[in-house]
Design a protein around this ligand. Structure first.
Ligand code: HEC
Length: 270
């Protein structure tokens, strides 16, 4: 998909205004909604005066197809937007609005751990955008907590898995792409460990293909988890609440960065 195609799919300002009085999802979307889905929308609408309507409807997708889409999209919009695009372009076709109005390409900024700062890997960030748009915020009740859990599980899985696990049907790079375990959801750490072990530089075609395959690996797992959630079978695996348990936000393996000298945060003042 190119930018023009997305532009074509955009609804006009007039359509938006006409649509404002209606439920902001298409007929297909309504048909696709389970009764549970309506319940979730009501939850999110609870805030008085808010025009926001989310979470958005979901229909189950094919993980392999999604991964291929993410792989190819990486070469257009990089990791974060590629993961979002792999799921939302399919939902644009299967459901329509509100996905057609979602500005997928604007998430291109997630590249390089957000604007090149090496913070959270864009694939993780993109997956969290998708899961929270579809399932909802953890503040909206027990059903929606899973949106947070799908995202948190992704960070945990990403950190502890030798990546990439996905091999595209038509790889843009024929060189073997080795796997590394980041022990962190951060772009800087993940890419750095891979560059160290593989010997390829940041600007190499191999490093780019590695990141495209990582995005695809994440997109694959994301859809597996969303499908399980849709079937009511998603079981969160990570229960990491660092704020509560150690008094500071952070990844679980403190010693990864602090060594044996892990500082103790000042605990909450009453
Ligand atoms: C990805 C690397 C990384 C991880 C993982 C990490 N930290 Fe940190 N942390 C840092 C850096 C960098 C600083 C700022 C420099 C410093 O003070 O060492 C910092 C600062 C802190 C501080 C405040 C400054 C200080 O020195 O007191 C606390 C408290 C802290 N970390 C606790 C933790 C705990 C607890 C964990 C695990 C739950 C953890 N950190 C995991 C990198 C990390």
């Amino acid at each position: 998909m190119d930018f023009k195609k997305i532009g074509d799919a955009e609804i006009s300002r007039r359509d938006l205004m006409l649509g404002a009085g209606k439920v902001a999802i298409g007929a297909a979307g309504i048909a696709a909604l389970s009764s549970g889905g309506f319940g979730l929308i009501r939850n999110a609408e609870a805030k008085e005066g808010s025009t926001e309507k989310w979470p958005w409807p979901y229909v189950k997708l094919d993980p392999d197809k999604t991964a291929e889409l993410a792989y190819n999209e990486w070469y257009r919009v990089f990791c974060g937007a590629a993961v979002i695009s792999s799921v939302f372009t399919q939902l644009r076709e299967k459901i329509g609005e509100p996905y057609k109005s979602f500005p997928i390409d604007s998430f291109v900024f997630l590249e390089g751990g957000m604007a090149g700062w090496g913070t959270v890997c864009g694939s993780n960030a993109g997956a969290n955008v998708v899961s929270n748009v579809i399932i909802g915020p953890r503040i909206a009740g027990p059903d929606c907590e899973h949106g947070h859990s799908v995202g948190s599980d992704m960070m945990d899985w990403y950190s502890n898995t030798a990546l990439p696990i996905f091999t595209p049907k038509e790889p843009k790079q024929k060189t073997a792409i080795i796997q590394t375990t980041a022990n962190s959801p951060l772009c800087h750490v993940s890419v750095g460990k891979w560059m160290k072990k593989s010997g390829f530089a940041l600007g190499s075609a191999e490093r780019k293909d590695r990141c495209a395959r990582v995005a695809a690996s994440v997109a694959h797992k994301l859809v597996v988890d969303l499908n399980a959630w849709k079937d009511g079978k998603f079981e969160p695996k990570s229960s990491w609440t660092p704020g509560k348990s150690v008094g500071i936000t952070g990844q679980q393996n403190c010693n990864e960065c602090h060594g044996s000298n892990i500082p103790t945060p000042p605990m909450a003042k009453k």
